[in-house]
Design a protein around this ligand. Structure first.
Ligand SMILES: [Zn+2]
Length: 273
């Protein structure tokens, strides 16, 4: 890899070479940090077809717990923004539709949008992006976007009042950062806190950004609502898992499952698929 600089795929400022990482055990890929928005990004991802050949996510062992939490967080957020019946939510990158189903069970008129994965849980409640969604959610989506400038344009051009998302924020971590998940090759763009503010300003939003969740919103929020919101998006992080575990009589298998799968993937020979 001779390239030392590429244009940032979010803000177009120069991004400089930071480190190499082997993705999926076979692609030697360069990562670049943007001198403008400070985001970390891979070189132009040419391996995505291979990375998504199997749309299942074996390493995402948090998914069930995360969806359970996100149902709660999304409901609380909707209450803080005085959600009215008849208002609609679009879950962008909704996967199999489980969260949409759970939100609907809780009384939120939610719809699924995902071009890669079949909606199994919320059949009949698919929607194409369009106007009329008060909230758009995007959980564990942003870091997958190969061309974030274009995709964020699509999301924010719909002008939702609220855009709630989860993505791990980059703040100078090294090539050993667990959120890069080189085994899957799917996390190709990692956002800095500065970038979140840059995006908010670009599209005319306010933003609250925490290490693993962020919320963009329009208009004014009272001091205490803002405080609760900040707490809500922060609580979605590791401490929340700890709290849940305290009330559990059995030990979660999440960590050992993940370690088991990681070990299997790392030992896979390049000729095995
Ligand atoms: Zn940038």
């Amino acid at each position: 890899m001779s390239e030392t600089e590429i244009p940032c795929r979010l803000c177009r400022a120069p991004a400089v070479f930071t480190f190499h990482l082997k993705l999926m055990g076979r692609h030697d890929v360069a990562y670049f940090q943007c001198t403008g928005c400070r985001c970390l990004q891979t070189e132009t991802p040419y391996w995505l077809e291979e990375a998504y050949a199997d749309t299942r996510r074996p390493l995402d062992v948090y998914s069930a717990t995360r969806i359970e939490q996100l149902r709660g967080v999304t409901q609380h957020v909707s209450r803080l923004f005085k959600w009215q019946s008849g208002e609609r939510l679009l879950d962008w990158g909704a996967g199999d539709g489980l969260l949409v189903r759970m939100l609907r069970d809780a009384g939120i008129d939610a719809y699924s949008y995902d071009i890669h994965t079949r909606n199994n849980y919320a059949v009949g409640f698919d929607a194409a992006p369009g106007a009329g969604f008060r909230m758009i959610t995007a959980f564990e989506l942003w870091e997958h976007l190969p061309e974030p400038a274009e995709e964020l344009d699509r999301i924010f051009s719909l002008q939702p009042d609220i855009h709630l998302l989860t993505t791990g924020l980059y703040s100078g971590q090294g090539s050993d950062w667990h959120y890069l998940v080189p085994e899957t090759g799917r996390h190709v763009f990692l956002y800095s806190r500065e970038a979140m503010h840059w995006i908010a300003e670009k599209y005319g939003y306010q933003v609250l950004a925490a290490s693993s969740a962020s919320i963009f919103y329009r208009g004014k929020l009272s001091f205490w609502r803002k405080k609760v919101l900040q707490r809500l998006i922060t609580l979605r992080s590791r401490r929340m898992f700890e709290c849940i575990r305290l009330f559990s009589s059995t030990q979660s298998l999440i960590k050992q499952d993940r370690d088991f799968i990681l070990e299997k993937m790392r030992n896979r020979r390049p000729d095995q698929d």
